[in-house]
Write a protein that binds this ligand. Structure first.
Ligand code: PEP
Ligand code: MN
Length: 361
């Protein structure tokens, strides 16, 4: 099975181009600059734009397909555009777009994905599927299954982050565990990161792209525009082709393969971590035993398990202590909450043995 994305492990597969095709000239000039500054593998441009609010620029529509296809031919690079319904898919196929992508707002809708899959049946055109806007792995997988059933074998996943209300840092939170879980479930599908829609702003693009490389993503989709500040959509996150080339050169690409030489040193360090983990388990066991003693004591004195005031004081004190060790507050807070939950479970077993008679965990 040949596929669009070749996993080289050396250099990320690069998809770039403007968020939206705006004018014929804008597409062509951006593409010529991309050719001058970067080596891109697939040219993107949105023709139909799914906008959250009406009265935003909703894409130039059908006419832009020709601009995109011609620009791709000009630099000898295949093209891709977003399709959100059967009609888009038909028009994009007719215009000769090489690859289609399904956007985040479409992946959420199985009806829309199915009607696109129906149109594509028998074409075997490569399709890129962005994650749904909500962090629902099954929905993402479902879209791949619908396309596979329609005979599409060349499929790629694009991770573009997930919607949340007012995140202080990201436009769409990356929740990296989701794309990694997708890779576990569908290891044959290449995984691309779209740092543009995760970041929402230029200043974050390098950090997010580097993270994707460190997590062995196969490539990147980054929006690039000849004049980003004047872009008709997603102005804050687009890069000039020249700046895109700087970003790509700044990425540190590390080997996925561990050489025999490196393996020895790595194993040594991993063993040391294993020893510390054993100690952690001993300490955790001892801590849970103490929780059970606390449970027995509370039962004897007829006190409820949850003592909120005590817990609040304790967590504040522990966080202060952890800060002295240089441990991150968020991490310590997660660990302490997990410990507290587990401690309550142990105490409950001691204090309410009848209720938990049938519990097997
Ligand atoms: C885009 O790539 O311009 C786009 C609309 O993406 P998403 O579906 O990730 O929002
Ligand atoms: Mn965009």
């Amino acid at each position: 099975m040949s596929s669009l994305i070749q996993r080289s492990g050396k250099r990320p597969y690069l998809i770039a181009g403007p968020c939206s095709a705006e004018t014929e000239e804008q597409v062509m000039e951006t593409v010529m600059q991309l050719q001058q500054f970067c080596s891109i593998d697939l040219l993107r441009a949105g023709i139909w734009k799914p906008r959250t609010r009406p009265d935003s620029f909703e894409g130039v529509g059908e006419i832009g397909l020709e601009w995109l296809v011609n620009a791709g031919k000009q630099i000898g690079v295949p093209t891709t555009t977003e399709v959100a319904n059967a009609r888009h898919a038909e028009l994009a196929l007719k215009a000769g777009v090489d690859t289609l992508w399904i956007g985040a707002r479409t992946t959420v809708n199985p009806f829309a994905v199915q009607e696109i899959a129906d149109v594509l049946e028998g074409t075997n055109i490569p399709v890129l599927v962005k994650n749904p806007v909500n962090p629902d792995l099954e929905l993402w997988i479902g879209a791949f299954e619908r396309l596979e059933k329609a005979g599409i074998t060349d499929l790629t996943a694009i991770h573009r982050g997930f919607s949340v209300y007012k995140h202080p840092k990201y436009r769409n939170v990356p929740s990296w565990e989701l794309p990694l879980a997708l890779r576990d479930r569908l290891p044959h599908i290449p995984l691309i990161c779209d740092p543009s829609h995760i970041s929402g702003k230029r200043s974050l693009l390098l950090e997010v792209s580097q993270k994707a490389m460190d997590l062995n993503f196969d490539g990147l989709m980054i929006e690039s525009h000849r004049n980003p500040d004047e872009a008709w959509s997603d102005a804050a996150q687009q890069l000039t082709p020249a700046n895109l080339s700087i970003l790509i050169n700044e990425l540190v690409l590390r080997s996925r393969e561990v050489s025999d030489n490196a393996l020895e040193g790595l194993e040594e360090l991993r063993e040391k971590i294993g020893v510390l983990d054993d100690r952690l388990f001993e300490i955790l066991t001892a801590r849970m035993r103490l929780s059970e003693d606390v449970g027995a004591f509370k039962q004897e004195h007829n006190i409820t398990i949850l003592q909120e005031e005590h817990w609040r004081k304790m967590i504040a004190g522990r966080l202060e202590k952890a800060a002295e060790y240089g441990l991150a507050e968020r991490f310590v807070s997660l660990v302490m909450n997990a410990l507290h939950q587990e401690s309550i479970r142990h105490q409950t077993r001691i204090m309410n043995p009848n209720v938990h008679r049938n519990e097997h965990d």
